[in-house]
Design a protein around this ligand. Structure first.
Ligand SMILES: [Zn+2]
Length: 358
């Protein structure tokens, strides 16, 4: 690694470098991202091979500053103060519950853990962090895994329906208020030819595709069993797994089927065609309108057998896994005058206590 200062000083190193700020106001800017606090740069193999790659960056931050940075990366500064405060408590709780998620470091900067786009001390986010400083949700003497997501699409989901495992009493599906949020409606309508879909699922055998939906106790669709007609063995896939496999915005969708009549050019583009991404012209708009008309009557609500040249269409709402606090739902509740405590009680129920850390 070669680091050169504005004054021409340079440091050349094959070893990790640690930057320790000497003043509270010290910031380090790396590829458009502002960092505060201690920073370690570790050369990657590509770095050492002089392939112009960036080193690994590890940033050490105190809890409250990290919470503020995540809040700034996950939310908008114009959001309701109570909503931001509720989210700050969720982020703080999630952070403490999941410390060391990556073993050698605590969190990555992606949605896999929590989004982190660098340092922020924007007044909106700082106010929410300060109002709730040290506050976390606890249950049975332990900080809870306060997961959150962008928008559930009308109803949040039970943790076991999404990830399996034991039901957590504080992660029950509840009504959401995200209908006016940016991520409520899917921007795209993905569809697959049945034969291509079987390939994606890596299903053995041939013949028609047998699809059986499964529902939880409350009647919410949580997954499907897929198998070929001539093959007893198949595959059970949850909505959440389908979301990941097919890069769908959320697991809150219904599956429709239709056959190819009336659809020609729009279906030639490959395995997965997003109607929302098709160029907007008169024909495509007509096709989309016809599609909606055709598929509405063919919602898969019980076992169906589809021929390989039929199509499957995913129509859904929301963004993210749908468990725990819904950010757009919290924003709507805040705007309706609810306090951050009430917002947290709505999404995590009455089981967890709001506790201030020592
Ligand atoms: Zn991660």
């Amino acid at each position: 690694m070669v680091l050169v200062s504005d004054l021409g000083d340079s440091i050349i190193s094959d070893y990790p470098l640690r930057f320790v700020p000497v003043a509270e106001t010290a910031r380090l800017i790396l590829t458009d991202r502002v960092y505060k606090g201690e920073l370690e740069l570790w050369p990657t193999e590509e770095c050492l091979a002089e392939q112009d790659e960036l080193p690994y960056v590890y940033n050490y931050l105190p809890l409250e500053e990290y919470v503020c940075c995540v809040l700034a990366s996950e939310a908008y500064p114009g959001w309701n103060h109570q909503a931001l405060s509720a989210l700050a408590v969720a982020i703080r709780s999630y952070t403490l519950y999941n410390l060391g998620k990556h073993r050698e470091y605590d969190f990555c900067d992606q949605a896999h853990c929590q989004k982190f786009l660098g340092f922020s001390d924007h007044p909106s986010f700082l106010a929410a962090v300060n109002q709730t400083r040290g506050e976390v949700l606890t249950w049975e003497g332990r900080v809870i895994n306060a997961v959150y997501h962008s928008s559930s699409g009308g109803h949040t989901r039970n943790n076991e329906d999404v990830w399996g495992g034991d039901p957590a009493p504080y992660l029950r599906g509840v009504t959401d208020f995200d209908q006016n949020g940016q991520n409520y409606a899917w921007q795209q309508t993905p569809f697959f030819k049945v034969s291509d879909f079987s390939t994606v699922l890596d299903l053995k055998g041939s013949g028609g595709l047998v699809i059986t939906p499964s529902f939880n106790m409350e009647g919410a669709l949580i997954g499907f069993a897929f198998r070929h007609r001539k093959n007893k063995a198949g595959r059970e896939v949850s909505n959440e797994e389908l979301r990941r496999m097919l890069a769908l915005p959320s697991g809150n969708f219904q599956l429709y089927h239709f056959d190819r009549e009336d659809l020609t050019e729009a279906l030639q583009g490959g395995n997965l065609v997003n109607l929302g991404a098709v160029e907007v012209n008169q024909d495509d708009l007509t096709i989309q309108a016809e599609l909606n008309l055709v598929v509405c009557s063919r919602l898969i609500q019980e076992t169906v057998i589809l021929s390989p040249d039929e199509y499957l269409l995913f129509i859904g709402n929301g963004a993210g896994h749908g468990v725990g606090l819904s950010q757009w739902g919290a924003q709507a509740m805040g705007e309706q005058g609810h306090t951050y405590q009430a917002i947290l009680r709505h999404f995590y129920g009455r089981v967890p206590q709001l506790t201030k850390l020592e």
